[in-house]
Design a protein around this ligand. Structure first.
Ligand code: BJ8
Length: 426
């Protein structure tokens, strides 16, 4: 990394020493997990570049955008509508929450039995290692699970620009009305932040930009329906992860380029792995960068991941937003309709999610499902029980994993995953 970046990080208030530690950790994990894979699509080099510059060039771009008058909004949840941010001349970025950091300090502010994702958000702030968070003009929290909801009360004491969005818990008329009211409140807040009023034209453009990004991700995931899969689950997950902070138009173009290459592979019947492998679907909690532990274990154990039923995956980009409205009001309705379909486990009841898992198993021709629940995540761990029961009733093998971000259980996970793969291959 160049000296320019060091002064940029220092100006953002990062702890350079701690940041070096984090960057080394991510760099080594990336090398071991991604670059060591064989037979990767050539166009994945774009993502290698993005990852090598994850706290460098992209942050510089965001700071340049700020210089030119745009605002940066950070978020921790796929319920924060990027369309509205873009329409008001702001850029939305996902905030890092995929690695443990400054845990001793974190556990002075949060109970030990808090999920790793929430702890990570605190650790990156307390440890001063996330330039996205420090560059953000507004940080959006959301009332989803109880853990996040209560944690934002303390988080608000660590960041001075936290905005909390309320979210419904039921897919009822009242729930939709709450989401609508909250999206209007968010729109007003963003307009206040940027000083730019959203117009029908800007909102339509925002919707179309995000739709194109999601359509490119659909195209990529559809290619994984082929057997053999032309791309590894790890590389596809990486694309899903990068979607949260890359420039949307450039990201879309790069994903489409990968898809062009993968289509050729499909025509030539060349997969990413030399021999046939069991096909698995991962379902459950989101996997933020650099949380690659479980997928790395699964693919190094001889299976290929063909889909993610996750917010960093199909749950996050499944639906497009209708862009046919002519007024801001009509398009806001379409945005509410689109997001109200997200089947996060914080909703009750949440039968749509089970239907989606079953649909995905069929569409991606998966031989089994690995349910991924973060330790202490009540919503997903609770749902893992009815999910695995329903799958087993349909003779779909399911392995429920409960883990965190540490590598302590890697050996044990490997053993369980290998046994599961053997069971479904036998
Ligand atoms: S829409 S999944 S991104 S809330 S893992 S913090 S649920 S205890 S992340 Fe999520 Fe939005 Fe839902 Fe998606 Fe709580 Fe569970 Fe932790 Fe979680």
């Amino acid at each position: 990394m160049s000296e320019d970046y060091r002064s940029m990080w220092s100006d953002l208030g990062l702890d350079l020493e701690a940041h070096d530690v984090l960057m080394n950790l991510v760099g080594n994990a990336y090398q071991e997990t991604f670059l060591s894979q064989k037979n990767r699509p050539d166009s994945m080099s774009y993502f290698d570049f993005v990852m090598s510059e994850v706290h460098g060039l992209r942050i510089k771009e965001l700071l340049d955008e700020k210089e030119a008058g745009r605002k940066i909004i950070g978020s921790y949840c796929v319920f924060v509508p990027e369309e509205i941010a873009l329409a008001a001349n702001a850029t939305l970025v996902g905030l890092c929450s995929g690695a443990d950091f400054a845990m001793e300090e974190v556990e002075k502010r949060l109970p030990r039995n808090t999920c790793a994702l929430i702890k990570s958000a605190f650790g990156f702030k307390i440890g001063k290692v996330c330039p996205y968070l420090e560059a953000a003009d507004m940080v959006v929290g959301e009332n989803t699970c109880d853990g996040k909801k209560k944690a934002y009360e303390s988080f608000g004491k660590l960041v001075d620009n936290l905005y909390v969005m309320d979210l419904p818990q039921m897919k009822s008329g009242e729930g939709r009305a709450l989401l609508k009211a909250e999206y209007h409140r968010f729109k007003k807040e963003v307009e206040g932040l940027t000083g730019v009023s959203i117009t029908p034209e800007s909102l339509k453009k925002g919707i179309q930009t995000v739709n194109k990004k999601r359509a490119a991700l659909h195209r990529l995931s559809s290619l994984r329906k082929h057997d053999p899969s032309p791309i590894s689950g790890l590389d596809s997950l990486l694309a899903n992860q990068v979607a949260f902070y890359d420039n949307p138009a450039r990201f879309t173009e790069s994903v489409n380029k990968i898809c062009d290459e993968l289509e050729k592979r499909v025509l030539d019947q060349t997969g990413v792995f030399e021999k046939k492998r069991p096909r698995l679907l991962i379902s459950g909690c989101p996997q933020a960068v650099p949380n690659w532990k479980l997928p790395a274990i699964i693919e190094s154990s001889g299976a290929v991941i063909v889909g993610e039923e996750s917010c960093v995956g199909e749950r996050g980009f499944r639906n497009l937003t209708d862009d046919s409205g002519e007024t801001v009001e009509e398009m806001m309705e379409a945005i509410v309709d689109r997001y109200f379909q997200v089947d996060c486990a914080v909703f009750t009841p949440n039968s749509d999610r089970l239907d989606h898992i079953e649909e995905m198993v069929a569409a991606y021709r998966a031989d089994g499902v690995v349910h991924y629940g973060l330790q202490f995540c009540q919503p997903y761990l609770m749902e893992s029980i009815p999910v695995s029961r329903a799958l087993k009733e349909k003779n779909i093998p399911c392995l429920s994993i409960e883990t965190d971000y540490s590598m302590e259980d890697a050996g044990q996970l490997q053993t369980r995953v290998e046994a599961f793969i053997e069971q479904i291959s036998g």
